[in-house]
Design a protein around this ligand. Structure first.
Ligand SMILES: *Cc1c(COP(=O)(O)O)cnc(C)c1O
Length: 413
């Protein structure tokens, strides 16, 4: 693992693209233009090699065997936990809980809060949440009688912070917000959100799933209580992610699932739970996935998040300018602080039709409500076309997107 990242002036997208075998393929007779990075990112050869090495060399269950393979697998898995700890500047490795992804991490916390809430308590969620950050809280409210309140947003796709401060009170126990909106690209002012919540004694969970590929969050500096990410949105494999929780919270929360690995002692009369982090890691985890998640962080840190952010910002600015040259095109999500997502529609055309036509030209974009239906209701639209960018996308690809959308417009209007 190297700590050095490349200087921004050495950032060379063509060299980087060679690390991603999938970018060489064709789709419908055209070179693939992959602009669905907000749904999942592509995987570099270095991460693919890590997965192959694991299954070829030391596949074994962890924390259980005295045999060599089991120890090698355990060491690699725990080394990955430490890479995650370091990357997010987390105080202790045992505050890093391996999960199957963001959704899993959020459900773990929502479930754990069941016994801490009662009628008369408030939970605040932002108006621009992913369904995975709405539904678990609604279920929690049903179980406990607590009330879900929504922090509103404006037409630019920014949270109305004045309203947030008005909603906060000593009844507020929890606040949930994404760091970056997957539907609009807005970067939310989570520092302010966290500080204000703490003043009234509320805990804050930040959904970092969309932010993590673009912003290296310093979780101790943020003083956030919980933070969740999914490896597959940051060059890692699917089915693995991390939940950060402050030690004091993780100690208070009850375990989420029972099973092997999470116990200290089991008898039929009483079971005691293992120490952190194992209390929350029942059963055989995604061992290979965890190790590959560590390799993905190494890969991205080698390029460097400053270089990544600067390059992506330029790309999004260019794509915004170019897309806005198309007649009748409207962008949803025009926040002053945004990253890597452009959601748009063209007057009189259903987003699905645009998505279908550009796919014929090899371009992958997402269409629909992006698991954020309340946002679509707010704008009174059925959905959007969403182009989402990564550091391996190029201006030439943006040009192809713009050309394809123009062609779709001409065909459909
Ligand atoms: C992708 C995403 C999720 C869900 O992540 P999973 O990996 O599907 O669990 C949640 N929130 C945001 C903001 C996302 O972008």
């Amino acid at each position: 693992m190297t700590e050095k990242s490349i200087p921004i002036e050495k950032f060379d997208v063509n060299t980087i693209r060679k690390d991603f075998p999938i970018l060489q393929r064709e789709v419908n007779g055209h070179p693939l233009v992959y602009l669905d990075n907000a749904a999942t990112s592509q995987t570099p050869q270095q991460v693919i090699d890590t997965i192959v090495d694991y299954y070829q060399g030391y596949n074994a269950n962890i924390h259980r065997g005295v045999h060599t393979l089991s120890q090698e697998a355990t060491d690699a898995y725990e080394a990955a936990r430490q890479k995650i700890q370091k990357h997010f500047n987390i105080a202790h490795p045992y505050e890093v809980i391996f999960t199957s992804g963001t959704t899993d991490g959020i459900n773990l916390v929502a479930n754990g809060f069941t016994s801490f809430l009662k009628e008369g308590n408030d939970i605040l969620v932002s108006a621009m949440e992913h369904h995975s950050n709405i539904v678990p809280w609604q279920m929690l409210c049903e179980r406990t009688g607590a009330t879900l309140k929504v922090i509103p947003m404006n037409l630019d796709g920014e949270l109305v912070m004045e309203e947030y401060h008005n909603l906060l009170s000593d009844k507020t126990k929890l606040v949930f917000c994404n760091h970056v909106s997957n539907a609009l690209g807005t970067i939310n002012p989570i520092e302010e959100i966290i500080q204000a919540a703490h003043k009234v004694g509320a805990a804050v969970l930040v959904d970092g799933a969309q932010a993590a590929a673009h912003i290296k969050a310093d979780l101790q500096a943020l003083d956030v209580d919980f933070y969740t990410v999914s490896a597959h949105k940051m060059c890692g494999p699917t089915g693995v992610g991390m939940l950060y929780g402050k030690e004091e919270w993780l100690k208070k929360l009850p375990p989420y699932q029972g099973g092997g690995e999470m116990i200290a002692e089991v008898t039929f009369e009483k079971t005691t739970y293992a120490d952190l982090p194992h209390k929350f890691e029942a059963g055989t985890p995604n061992i290979c996935g965890g190790i590959a998640f560590g390799a993905a962080l190494d890969y991205m840190n080698n390029i460097g998040f400053d270089a990544i952010a600067q390059y992506e910002d330029e790309l999004v600015e260019y794509a915004t300018e170019q897309l806005l040259t198309i007649d009748g095109l409207k962008i949803y999500g025009t926040a002053a602080h945004k990253t890597s997502v452009i959601s748009f529609n063209i007057d009189g055309i259903h987003p699905y039709d645009i998505g279908t036509i550009v796919d014929k030209l090899g371009i992958a974009v997402r269409t629909g409500h992006h698991c954020a239906q309340p946002i679509m209701d707010f704008y009174k639209i059925p959905g959007t076309v969403r182009a989402s960018f990564s550091f391996y996308n190029t201006k030439e690809e943006v040009d192809k997107l713009v050309g394809a959308v123009k062609r779709a417009r001409n065909m459909l209007l």
